[in-house]
Design a protein around this ligand. Structure first.
Ligand SMILES: [Ca+2]
Ligand SMILES: [Ca+2]
Length: 185
């Protein structure tokens, strides 16, 4: 039996739950949003949410719903741009005015109100963007550590005098390390 939640199953579950959630206005969640949620939460990388992945998302969602309701100060069931700014801040996302205005223009309806599905869409996209940025930085960091290790290996091989001139991978170190102040070491 398949215990993992696919995008289609997630769409069904979320729509049923949100339909029964009081104090929020929402339109049906799109399948694209559910794909985005899975790409945010799928740490195992199999394109579905396992039990633990789903549980982490569920806690996140409950928190996002509570924040939405808490910051919907006029109880309209939707977010104005002012309410949205405070709500996003409460979720840990701080954006400057320009970005916030672009988001409101992108997601708001004719009366500049943001429904719960657009709010969720916006949070998931922002979190995906932040986590991609973080992965990018992590990779950069890993790569630079990897390069440092190789550099140390090269240096130690060079020091052992085992014919490093013949090593096709040998690249001269532009900053030779001086040990005990002896440049010939
Ligand atoms: Ca997974
Ligand atoms: Ca409101």
């Amino acid at each position: 039996m398949d215990m993992e939640v696919s995008p289609q199953e997630l769409q069904y579950i979320l729509n049923s739950v949100l339909r029964r959630t009081k104090n929020i206005k929402f339109k049906e969640l799109s399948i694209l949003l559910c794909h985005n949620i899975i790409s945010l939460m799928d740490t195992s990388g199999n394109g579905k949410l396992g039990f633990d992945e789903f549980k982490i998302f569920w806690d996140k969602l409950k928190n996002w719903i509570n924040i939405f309701i808490q910051f919907d100060t006029d109880k309209s069931g939707t977010m104005s741009s002012y309410e949205l700014r405070l709500a996003l801040k409460a979720t840990g996302i701080q954006l400057n005015n320009t970005i916030l205005q672009l988001i409101v223009l992108r997601y708001a309806d004719d009366s500049y109100q943001i429904d719960f599905d657009d709010y969720l869409n916006c949070l998931v996209r922002l979190e995906n963007a932040f986590s991609n940025q973080k992965n990018f930085l992590d990779q950069r960091l890993e790569m630079s550590e990897h390069l440092e290790v190789r550099e140390v290996r090269r240096t130690s091989r060079k020091c052992s005098g085992s014919g490093s001139e013949l090593d096709p991978n040998f690249i001269p170190n532009p900053n030779p390390i001086e040990v005990n102040g002896d440049p010939n070491f």
